[in-house]
Design a protein around this ligand. Structure first.
Ligand code: NAD
Length: 250
């Protein structure tokens, strides 16, 4: 299927940029969401194959902005068939090193962005997907959803919540032809992981996979693109663990 209207959050860079590119290369029209990277988003819009791509802006932690983003994307693309909740924030905060106020701030920012933002985007998008006769929602979670993130507990918890959100909505929305799936990558080479992947720590991280490397954004994008395809309806409710055989060695 081509010519669908697809909204990708956090699409100006990293995994989101690769996802937007995969949909455009497949013949779809993409709404490229950003928060504060208009120039990058516009540059991507102008470089994507095909016509009709648009740029939309929102702080995902602001519910009114999320609604305006989804409705604006649907309005400008002439409907909506696919929502990809990709944007997210990683906040490291050691429970023993963080004071109580910082702890509150980090949790609120992380949960507002990684869980409430996607939940609100789903609420708004579902109205448009139903109008289109069905559609797809794909959420970008993390390996941290399965095992937690010791130095970033709000991140792991927010992503575990995202997994459960996808499973809940997969059941609720199947009768309307809407399939909902989740991808849970481990380390991917992006701005989010730049620091982690340096020097000795980087070597340790790469060694976790028997391939001796971390993922490229395009490898996550390929899975998202397939999960959003008509062939993947039966994958609804799944959480796809994209980790290059990491964590399997005894
Ligand atoms: P990234 O930092 O390059 O991209 C994250 C995007 O989210 C950015 O464009 C940022 O502006 C946007 N964003 C953050 N907070 C926002 C907010 N409040 N409102 C609007 N936009 C906001 O990182 P990435 O690696 O491309 O991450 C994409 C997704 O993949 C995230 O959800 C991340 O948690 C997830 N993920 C990444 C990795 C990895 O190793 N890079 C691993 C697992 C999961």
């Amino acid at each position: 299927m081509t010519g669908r209207a697809v909204l990708v959050t956090g699409a100006s860079r990293g995994i989101g940029r690769a996802i937007a590119t995969a949909f455009a290369e497949g013949g779809d029209r993409v709404a490229i969401h950003h928060r504060d990277s208009a120039a990058l988003a516009e540059q991507l819009r102008d470089s994507l194959p095909g016509d009709g791509h648009v740029v939309v802006r929102a702080d995902l932690a602001a519910p009114d902005e999320v609604r305006a983003m989804v409705d604006g994307a649907a309005d400008r693309l002439g409907g909506l068939h696919v929502l990809v909740n990709n944007a997210g924030v990683f906040t490291g905060h050691d429970i023993l090193e963080t004071d109580y106020e910082q702890w509150q701030r980090q949790w609120r920012r992380t949960v507002d962005t990684n869980l409430l933002g996607p939940a609100n985007a789903c609420w708004c998008a579902v109205r448009h997907l139903r109008e289109a006769g069905g559609g797809r929602i794909i959420n970008v979670s993390s390996r941290g959803a399965f095992r937690g993130e010791p130095g970033a507990p709000a991140y792991g918890a927010s992503k575990a919540g995202l997994n459960a959100l996808g499973q809940s909505l997969a059941v609720a929305l199947a009768p309307y032809g809407i399939a909902v799936a989740t991808v849970a990558p481990g380390f991917v080479e992006t701005d989010m992981t730049n620091e982690h992947l340096k020097a000795e720590r980087g070597a340790q991280i790469r060694a976790q996979s028997p391939f001796g490397r971390v993922a490229r954004p395009e490898e996550i994008a390929g899975a998202v693109h397939w999960l959003a395809s008509p062939a993947a309806e039966w994958a609804s409710g799944t959480v796809v663990d994209l980790n290059g055989a990491s964590y399997l060695r005894t």
